[in-house]
Design a protein around this ligand. Structure first.
Ligand code: ADP
Ligand code: MG
Ligand code: MG
Length: 249
């Protein structure tokens, strides 16, 4: 279970507070959506969960299965099962997708006390996961994300997520820039990974993703705080009303 308690955070370089007291609990096995206007702090929250170092937590705590993760490095968090799918996946010229994935997976496996996979074992696993998720793994022979379409980038993120077997999945605007077909592949992939052992935080600006990934709860983030929480119907309401009533005065 994920427990975010009175989380305040700022961007170190700007000395600018972004998160202003977030309280949020995602029980194991549940999928919660975070919706909110642009600039409300959604990506900041995702980065802080993953442990990116441009941000400083000034107050509060993040507990994952009862343990604070704030002092853990991004690698340690990954080993604890935390996974972030980025809004803007990074391009890594010169590194083949398969090499990148195998390195990431073996690093996590080592930290979890599991043996590293050999190249043939890894290839078998990638093909199996790709087939399960309906994702063509051919693109992974190319350098990571270089020249990928929006849909290809998100598909490779979903495949990476499936391989690393995280228990906390944070998806930051996985739907941005996707056409309907890509949206379906990504949503089906996420739904296939839903499980009683896994918590998911799905961040989105638009309601449409939540037609495909139906959340247990929806939270509205605005001005660095959760302004409202509700069931899946809250997403539909927001689609009609917009975020105007939640904007900072
Ligand atoms: P969202 O994902 O909800 O659109 P963000 O978390 O990206 O919001 O941004 C929250 C606020 O922090 C915005 O006001 C944004 O301009 C600011 N911000 C985010 N990252 C940086 C940065 N690296 N430098 C300066 N301001 C930033
Ligand atoms: Mg944004
Ligand atoms: Mg964002």
């Amino acid at each position: 279970m994920l427990e975010i308690k009175n989380l305040h955070a700022k961007i170190i370089e700007e000395d600018k507070p972004i998160l202003k007291g977030i309280n949020l609990t995602v029980p194991t096995g549940e999928v919660h959506a975070i919706m909110g206007p642009n600039g409300s702090g959604k990506s900041t929250l995702a980065y802080i969960l993953a442990g990116r170092d441009d941000y400083e937590v000034t107050e509060g705590d993040i507990l994952w299965n009862g343990k604070s993760i704030l002092d853990m490095s991004p690698d340690e968090r990954a080993a604890e099962g935390v996974f972030l799918a980025f809004q803007y996946p990074m391009e890594i010229p010169g590194v083949a997708g398969l090499t990148f994935l195998r390195t990431a997976l073996n690093s996590v496996r080592t930290k979890r006390g599991q043996p590293e996979l050999t190249t043939p074992e890894f290839m078998k696993l990638v093909r199996e996961k790709g087939a399960e998720l309906n994702i063509d793994v051919e693109m992974l022979k190319r350098p990571v994300n270089v020249g990928f379409s929006g849909g290809e980038k998100k598909r490779s993120e979903i495949l990476q997520m499936a391989l690393l077997e995280p228990t906390l999945c944070v998806l930051d605007e996985t739907d941005s820039g996707l056409d309907i077909d890509a949206l379906r592949v990504v949503s089906d992939g996420v739904n296939a990974l839903r499980s009683p052992e896994r918590s998911m935080l799905v961040i989105t600006h638009y309601q449409r993703l939540l037609n495909h990934i139906v959340p247990d709860k929806v939270h509205v983030l605005s001005d660095g705080k959760i302004q409202r929480s509700g069931g899946k119907e809250l997403a539909l309401e927001l689609e009609k009303s917009g975020y105007a009533e939640y904007q900072a005065a």
